[in-house]
Design a protein around this ligand. Structure first.
Ligand code: SF4
Length: 270
């Protein structure tokens, strides 16, 4: 059953209902690299005490030598870069390029609009995603949907959602660097084909996978970063937010910042 907008915001820990004002289009303080001030005041009820009732919430040396055709594809970047979308999907589903293939039920390439403005990249599939073959379908997914809804967006509508690794790390552990490196060609090809106008990296693993950056996530927030000419904004992973309710407000600031970055980027193309 789909949730109402207000229910979505409650799930996200943003109550009373936030009404987004149209933010000013690009101004000098939004120059690349600038840390923006929150453009929406935090509702009192977003404070931690009030939030307590909310739900708890290519290093190719790593490539497996398994005699599976997609391993050789992954080992050949030029071959990966020639794949169209259907071929890329098939290759990911059949991939055995790292040890994460061994315990997965299925690979989870991603979901959403194939002509997206926004690309959200998380860490890797969890147990429910592994079963259903879709990213962000558990509690963290519910929160991500609420975050999208707060910006009048939805998965599948100008939004694509993917993960740094396409197969579930056992026990939902963080993917190892070698696993992310093995999966990176698939992610890079997804980005190249999707051509999003902005990428939002959800959590540190996604930051490592896309930007090869290991700085603390907090030090990267509020900056217009870049991947292959595409603006990149960093925020917390929804699963982290379920455990750290006060940081939902920071994630909200990050999404507002990302929206301003996207608008500014769109304006510069006019
Ligand atoms: S995680 Fe990525 S590289 Fe590893 S087997 Fe799955 S699709 Fe292949």
């Amino acid at each position: 059953m789909s949730l109402s907008r207000e229910q979505m915001l409650v799930e996200m820990g943003i109550t009373p209902l936030w009404v987004l004002r149209d933010e000013p289009l690009e101004t000098a303080h939004e120059a690349p690299g600038h840390v923006p001030a929150a453009s929406e005041p935090l509702p009192a009820k977003l404070l931690p005490a009030e939030a307590a009732h909310q739900p708890a919430g290519l290093d190719l040396s790593a490539v497996s030598t398994s005699p599976v055709s997609t391993s050789s594809i992954a080992a050949d970047i030029s071959a990966v870069n020639s794949l169209d979308w259907p071929a890329l999907q098939r290759a990911i589903l059949e991939c055995r390029a790292c040890q994460l293939c061994e315990q997965r039920k299925q690979a989870v390439p991603g979901v959403g609009d194939l002509n997206p403005d926004w690309l959200f990249i998380g860490e890797g599939p969890g147990a429910e995603e592994d079963v259903r073959g879709e990213p962000f379908v558990g509690q963290a997914g519910k929160l991500l949907d609420a975050m999208l809804d707060s910006l009048d967006m939805a998965r599948g509508n100008k939004v694509y959602i993917a993960n740094a690794v396409k197969c579930r790390p056992p026990g939902n552990r963080t993917p190892e660097a070698a696993e992310m490196a093995a999966c990176r060609p698939w992610l890079e090809r997804q980005i190249a084909l999707l051509k999003p106008k902005i990428i939002v990296l959800l959590g540190r693993a996604a930051v490592h996978a896309v930007l090869k950056e290991d700085k603390a996530l907090g030090s990267l927030r509020g900056q217009r970063l870049e991947y292959a000419g595409i603006p990149v904004v960093v925020t917390y992973h929804p699963a982290y937010l379920l455990r750290n309710l006060p940081d939902k407000a920071k994630a909200w600031e990050d999404l507002l910042f990302a929206r301003r970055v996207l608008r500014a980027a769109s304006q510069s193309l006019v």
